[in-house]
Write a protein that binds this ligand. Structure first.
Ligand code: ADP
Ligand code: MG
Ligand code: MG
Length: 252
């Protein structure tokens, strides 16, 4: 079966149904992009998949390697290799970036398999260098006072350190200049393997020039309304969403 499967998912926020019957099948080695106008529920989908308590699952099924994700705790989802780079990463005062990542990595590796401290720091410094993140950021509190672009690169640092299997990136490109975007894309591309699947949420075609998706999906009003290849992203960039709304009979 597929690595990650979403079937007829319905999610409500504050009693309003936002995700309204969403289906997606992600196989190992694939990169899927989700595009869509603001407010269509893309971030809601991402948060709900990770088990964020503000997002209530009111129907549907989600599986990872055939296992029921919706039955798993938030920690269990992370342990099993689900990862979300958030659109708006939270600041966590009092917790250093390095400790945060080491705790998450050890949880992922499991009891008895923890990474030795020295090895962890060597690996962390190497990945920070690769992502062009100043070494002092290891000991700074998580995201506190980080610029928008620093927060985004830091999310990618977590990704490369945790080696997840289901990678969800929510507008990772926002706030990144072109050089940072290329660095982030290189990190994502280097993780491509048959054991990993990617769900990349973005407003802009620009990112998809560097991370080439196998499938592009358009989300509107809480559903996937059109799927295609990268040419779909190019058309959306050139012409916007109106032609598609018109074809689908969707009013704003
Ligand atoms: P997108 O990511 O596609 O821009 P969102 O998922 O952020 O869309 O938002 C979809 C809708 O859900 C919006 O109307 C938004 O106001 C609402 N929403 C999302 N998260 C929350 C929340 N935590 N509390 C209240 N409303 C929310
Ligand atoms: Mg938005
Ligand atoms: Mg969003």
């Amino acid at each position: 079966g597929p690595l990650f499967h979403i079937e007829d998912l319905h999610v409500s926020v504050e009693d309003k149904e936002i995700v309204r019957g969403l289906n997606l099948t992600l196989k190992g080695g694939e990169i899927h992009a989700i595009m869509g106008p603001n407010g269509t529920g893309k971030s809601t989908l991402a948060s709900a998949l990770m088990g964020h308590p503000a997002y209530e699952i009111i129907g549907g099924k989600v599986t990872l390697d055939g296992e029921d994700v919706l039955e798993m705790s938030v920690d269990e989802r992370a342990r099993k290799g689900m990862f979300l780079a958030m659109q708006y990463p939270a600041e966590v005062p009092g917790v250093s970036n390095a400790n945060f990542i080491r705790t998450a990595l050890n949880a992922r590796l499991g009891e008895g398999n923890e990474i030795p401290v020295m090895k962890f720091h060597r690996e962390l410094q190497a990945q920070m260098k690769r992502l062009n993140i100043d070494p002092v950021f290891a000991e700074r509190y998580l995201n506190e006072g980080f610029s928008g672009g620093e927060k985004k690169r830091n999310e990618i640092l977590q990704m490369v350190m945790l080696k997840p299997r289901v990678v969800i990136l929510d507008e990772i490109d926002s706030g990144l200049d072109i050089d940072a975007l290329k660095i982030v894309a290189e990190a994502v591309n280097s993780m491509r393997s048959p054991e990993v699947t990617f769900l990349i949420i973005t407003h802009y075609q620009r990112l998809l020039q560097y991370i080439v998706p196998d499938f592009v999906h358009v989300m509107m009003q809480g559903r996937i309304v059109r799927s295609g290849g990268r040419e779909l992203a190019e058309r959306l960039e050139a012409e916007g969403y109106d032609w598609l709304k018109h074809e689908l009979g969707i009013e704003d």
